[in-house]
Write a protein of this length. Structure first.
Length: 230
């Protein structure tokens, strides 16, 4: 037990945690080889940094010093960026997408008590929303082409036959082209669908606008040709 405490203190004191995200992943304190490290982006977070080892162990470095393991067998993870998202991070295990929420009543130095549950199986890609003009906080795409976008509590948009998608960072930004669309998707034929966000009372409805008449190689080529967000 004493040896374990000494090792934990050594990890906390290690300069790896004071480095930038890019440099952190290159360090290997106490024999642990980091695969990926990411800083938190929201000011109200109690975690300073999340760290994933190459063996799949996911850790949190708290802003007040505690260092704790959250879970194991993790393939990838992303830190929530939307100010209204109750989730702290999203991560995948064997292609299943999990969400970790902060436990009510926890203090700034408490290791997150893992309220972990699967929100999607067979995931191909998942992305965080950074634009707080929309209530959508994240979206994910399965390998079979099902796309789901969530707000803080539930799915708010679903589509099928999707091969790729992107959040629209200029949604709701006055003066920008295509600012009424919250995300874009493309299908197997190369047609682009624009998903419109519309406020209805105190709620938002997300509906698919008509797909483009022309085909595009990618969403990026559509955005470039149509001057999206210009």
């Amino acid at each position: 037990m004493k040896t374990m405490i000494v090792m934990m203190l050594a990890l906390v004191a290690s300069p790896v945690f004071a480095e930038t995200t890019a440099n952190c992943a290159k360090s290997a304190p106490r024999g642990q080889e980091w695969k990926e490290c990411k800083d938190t982006v929201r000011s109200n977070e109690t975690v300073a940094q999340y760290l994933l080892t190459k063996s799949g162990n996911l850790y949190a470095m708290m802003k007040k010093g505690a260092f704790c393991q959250l879970t194991s067998n993790v393939d990838t993870f992303k830190v929530s960026q939307h100010a209204n998202d109750a989730a702290m991070i999203y991560f995948t295990k064997s292609d299943d997408l999990y969400v970790l929420n902060k436990q009510d009543g926890s203090t700034d130095n408490d290791c997150p008590k893992a309220k972990k549950h699967v929100i999607m199986n067979d995931v191909k890609e998942y992305k965080m929303a950074t634009n707080t003009n929309t209530t959508i906080v994240n979206a994910a795409l399965t390998k079979s082409g099902k796309l789901v976008a969530w707000d803080n509590t539930k799915p708010v948009y679903t589509d099928y036959g999707v091969t790729d998608f992107q959040m629209n960072n200029c949604y709701g930004v006055k003066g920008k082209s295509f600012n009424s669309y919250v995300l874009f998707t493309t299908d197997y034929a190369g047609f682009i669908t624009k998903v419109k966000g519309k406020k209805s009372g105190n709620f938002y409805d997300f509906i698919a606008d008509k797909a483009t008449k022309g085909r595009y190689d990618s969403i990026e080529s559509f955005k470039s040709k149509e001057n999206v967000c210009k």
